[in-house]
Design a protein around this ligand. Structure first.
Ligand SMILES: [Fe+2]
Ligand SMILES: [Fe+2]
Length: 425
């Protein structure tokens, strides 16, 4: 048995021909039941898009992307691993590259088992494909629209209402602002269950890319360091070109809005006994101060008329007795160390709004003398509060942020912001 890919018999050793024939003749492994979740779009960039999905067996993954809903001329990408794809039995991740900023793309993901009909020779199985979905890449030409929600803490019904709302509204990009688990990440299956194959939230990010921002709970547990198995870091070229130790901070444009992701880390000092001496959040915050200045100075970000910073722990609290996160009692209600380190760049570059979470209670702190930026604290988790979905749009030259109470379906508040003086140049 030979096919067009086979070298001629005169070049092939008999044993090699035998192996070739066995490999070609072997039935490809079936793909039945291989896909275990909808795709989760994540870590979007202007020219690339990440996607992760769950599988039910050891397999390799694919994504195909096209600028046509019919998938004409689609480009295929392989799941992670270079120069050889690394199979995985639970979560596969693919980065689609070479995309156009601010442009709608259609895509599908797939998975296939590998067989080894003889020795180390590999044979790819049938590919199980998802349905075709679409997304818009960030960029100056993207819609001037975003949303933020967080502190879902595995409250599945609440999360489902929030994710349904942003899909209903057609928001093209959403920041998930941390604190995903009830307490900590104990094993890999927790990553699957809370980030990829979330009960009653199927498809929550199939057409809506997620920018994930860590909360303090996302740093807890023995498997927290494996978060990247589910939620990919920024694109490798972006990380290498800036600050290699910071692989999750993001600075992306959605039309006239620049979105800046900053990581406030744990809610207790590094020398708190609960951290066991294995954390370096103070250093992490210091590194981010340098990153923040670079990010806000980059041409594309500096030109945005509106700049919004997203953090998990607030950078301000109006209560003078609120815990600033610098003491060894209880936990931070706001993060003074971050505020001190990041405030100069935020103010110098005219960042007008900081969106936070963590306290689980919606609050709006208008600008005040000595603090030119407003702070919107999103709610969620617990009793006597509501899950917040903050949706920002540019309307008539203003950034309008509508605070949705997704528990009741009402709009709890609307806040309006003028363009920054240094943006849009
Ligand atoms: Fe929380
Ligand atoms: Fe928190």
């Amino acid at each position: 048995m030979k096919d067009k890919h086979c070298i001629s018999a005169t070049e092939m050793l008999p044993s090699e021909q035998e192996a070739y024939d066995i490999c070609v003749a072997a039935p490809p492994p079936p793909a039945d039941g291989l896909l275990a979740s909808e795709p989760v779009l994540q870590a979007p960039a202007g020219d690339s898009m990440g996607v992760a999905f769950a599988v039910n067996g050891l397999s390799v993954g694919f994504a195909e992307v096209s600028e046509s809903p019919g998938m004409e001329g689609a480009t295929r990408f392989l799941s992670e691993g270079f120069p050889r794809v690394v199979p995985d039995d639970r979560i596969l991740r693919v980065r689609m590259e070479g995309l156009k900023p601010g442009t709608r793309h259609w895509y599908r993901v797939g998975a296939a088992r590998l067989a080894h009909p003889i020795g180390y020779w590999s044979k790819l199985g049938d590919i199980a494909w998802s349905a075709v979905h679409s997304f818009v890449t960030p960029g100056p030409g993207a819609p001037s629209r975003f949303a933020v929600f967080g502190d879902t803490h595995a409250d599945i019904p609440r999360m489902a209402r929030a994710t349904a709302k942003y899909r209903e509204l057609g928001v093209p990009l959403v920041v998930w602002n941390g604190d995903v688990l009830p307490s900590k990440i104990d094993d890999r299956e927790s990553l699957v269950r809370h980030f990829i194959d979330i009960p009653d939230n199927a498809g929550y990010a199939a057409d809506t890319p997620i920018l994930f921002n860590c909360g303090n709970h996302d740093y807890r547990g023995d498997w927290a360091g494996k978060l990247g198995d589910a939620m990919m870091p920024r694109p490798p070229c972006e990380i290498a070109g800036r600050h290699p130790a910071l692989d999750r901070n993001f600075a992306v444009r959605m039309g006239e809005i620049a979105l800046i992701g900053l990581d406030t880390g744990e809610d207790k000092p590094d020398d708190h006994v609960a951290n066991a001496g294995i954390t370096a959040f103070s250093r992490h915050r210091q590194l981010q101060a340098a990153w923040l200045e670079d990010a806000l100075s980059s041409k594309e970000i500096a030109e945005a008329p509106f700049a919004v910073a997203i953090v998990h722990i607030p950078l301000f609290d109006p209560d003078p007795d609120a815990n600033p996160g610098t003491v060894l009692v209880n936990y931070a209600q706001w993060q003074k160390e971050c505020a001190d380190l990041w405030r100069p760049a935020l103010e110098r570059h005219g960042v007008g709004l900081v969106v936070a979470g963590h306290t689980h209670r919606y609050r709006f702190d208008p600008p005040a003398p000595g603090r030119p930026w407003a702070q919107l604290v999103c709610g969620g988790a617990g009793d006597n509060t509501f899950q917040t979905l903050a949706v920002g749009d540019v309307e008539n030259g203003e950034l309008v942020v509508r605070v949705h109470d997704t528990d009741s379906g009402a709009i709890a508040a609307v806040h309006r912001f003028k363009p920054r003086e240094c943006g849009g140049k």
